[in-house]
Ligand binder design. Structure first.
Ligand code: 5GP
Length: 191
């Protein structure tokens, strides 16, 4: 008898490692992979579609979702906006025996670890700490204090890696996405 595959996969990792890029690649090349659509109080960026990239909600609506127990997990990310995973679509998906994927921050991953320990937890890691710092600092427009703050955050976030079941290195987006999909037990894209 084979062990049943974990049906819920949680992808998390440090800030700026490229979780959003991996999600975008997944949507483009693996439309059959069901990716949870989070609720957020952050305003949409240009090109973001309500209901596709996020459910963009007011702080009052987010409060209501929390109070009514509609979120599987939620967190304040970067000390600013709130983000959370609507519970019902995930439960419906899993009840149908279909795999589901959450792309959330580390605080959210820890909450899911508590409430759904049977999920599999995947840490998206940078190829190196130097590369993560390069991605974090970006165009170098931040001042020295902001750079130091981001570096400190990155170090704390990288220390979470041993909490995860699998590590996928984001050295190449397509390769990382393929590896994630394989961990979910789904066939690789043919293109
Ligand atoms: P962004 O605003 O750039 O789309 O996302 C910022 C961060 O929020 C990312 O690290 C992303 O993983 C995280 N995030 C997105 N959705 C959720 C969610 O539903 N729950 C939690 N805890 N974090 C989320």
């Amino acid at each position: 008898m084979t062990t049943p595959r974990a049906r819920l996969t949680v992808l998390a990792g440090p800030t700026a490692v490229g979780k959003g890029t991996v999600s975008a690649d997944l949507r483009a090349r693996y439309p059959q992979v069901w990716l949870s659509v989070s609720a957020t109080t952050r305003p949409p960026r240009p090109g973001e579609v309500d209901g596709l990239h996020y459910h963009f909600v007011t702080p009052e609506e987010f409060d209501r979702m929390v109070a009514d127990g509609e979120l599987l997990e939620w967190a304040v990310v970067h000390g600013r906006n709130r983000y959370g995973t609507p519970r019902r679509p995930v439960e419906e998906r899993l009840a149908a025996g279909e795999p589901a994927l959450l792309e959330i921050d580390l605080q959210g991953a820890r909450q899911v670890r508590t409430t759904m320990p049977e999920a599999q937890f995947v840490f998206l890691a940078p190829p190196s700490m130097d590369e993560l710092v390069r991605r974090l600092v970006g165009r170098g427009t931040e001042d020295a204090e902001e750079r130091a703050r981001r570096l400190a955050t990155a170090e704390v976030e990288m220390a979470a890696e041993p909490e995860f079941d699998h590590v996928v290195v984001n050295d190449d987006v397509r390769r990382a996405t393929d590896e994630l999909v394989a961990l979910m037990g789904l066939p690789a894209a043919v293109d």
